[in-house]
Design a protein. Structure first.
Lengths: 152, 103
């Protein structure tokens, strides 16, 4: 025979368990503030959990224009042929915060993404593939900017 | 709630090519208004996409992504008639979801 008090206690514990277990998976996907607010390439990659120095790789492709007349809209595309890539990352070295975009490479998508970025001034642009074991492989290209897109 | 996104999803070689145009200021936080005050940053922080209710894509953005962002990615598999939905969430917590049918 259970007393009312015992029953309440048990159901509260059960509820706590359920709440803990059913935390949405999005919880792991909290916005990575540290990485996005980092100043340079190195700190940004560190914020993304990269260990060791990034290595240049011909299996990472960055498509970007040689020069951009308008720094407010610079089209770029990233892709990689490497296996076990977790994230594809785009960085602009001389922007106030280098990190622009982090694409999750899920099994359901091709590791090939495109978007447009603002650039404050002429700078090296990096496409970085981060592997599941935290290695970083990159391709880079200098993009000349005639008119900056970050100032005002 | 921002303005609607324009989503184009095309079946191609067994994959689905998705192109999205979002409508958002993407304020960088670097600009100043006419009286010299900094305009606070306001930007889309994360974008996710689903193919028939299954999440297949996600990315995080900083404020350096251009105003009215363009995004392109390719979903493996999928066919004409499938539903692709794209959602974004900005730094003020505002969200928007739009859906398109693969053609």
């Amino acid at each position: 025979m259970q007393t009312r008090r015992q029953t309440l206690k048990q159901s509260a514990a059960a509820a706590a368990l359920v709440a803990g277990a059913s935390l949405p998976p999005q919880h792991a996907f909290a916005f990575n503030k540290a990485a996005f607010e980092a100043k340079g390439i190195h700190d940004a990659l560190k914020g993304l959990g990269v260990n060791g120095d990034p290595v240049a790789s011909s299996d990472v492709t960055l498509t970007a224009p040689d020069s951009a007349e308008n720094g407010a809209v610079v089209p770029f595309a990233l892709s990689t042929k490497l296996p076990d890539v977790k994230e594809l990352v785009m960085l602009v070295e001389k922007n106030p915060n280098a990190l622009v975009s982090v694409f999750q490479v899920t099994p359901e998508v091709e590791p090939n993404f495109a978007t447009r970025s603002k650039m404050g001034e002429t700078s090296d642009v990096y496409a970085v593939a981060i592997t599941k074991d935290g290695k970083a492989l990159f391709a880079k290209k200098e993009v000349k900017v005639t008119l900056g897109g970050c100032g005002g | 709630m921002g303005d609607p996104m324009r989503i184009r999803a095309q079946a191609k070689d067994g994959n689905v090519l998705v192109r999205v145009l979002m409508s958002h200021e993407m304020e960088s936080g670097q600009r100043k208004d006419s009286s010299g005050h900094k305009i606070p940053a306001w930007w889309i922080q994360e974008v996710t996409a689903k193919l028939n209710d299954k999440q297949v894509f996600s990315c995080e953005w900083g404020p350096a992504v251009s105003k009215n962002p363009f995004l392109q990615f390719t979903i493996k598999g999928g066919k004409a008639g499938d539903k692709v939905s794209v959602s974004w969430k900005d730094s003020k917590g505002d969200t928007r979801t739009d859906e398109a049918t693969v053609s």
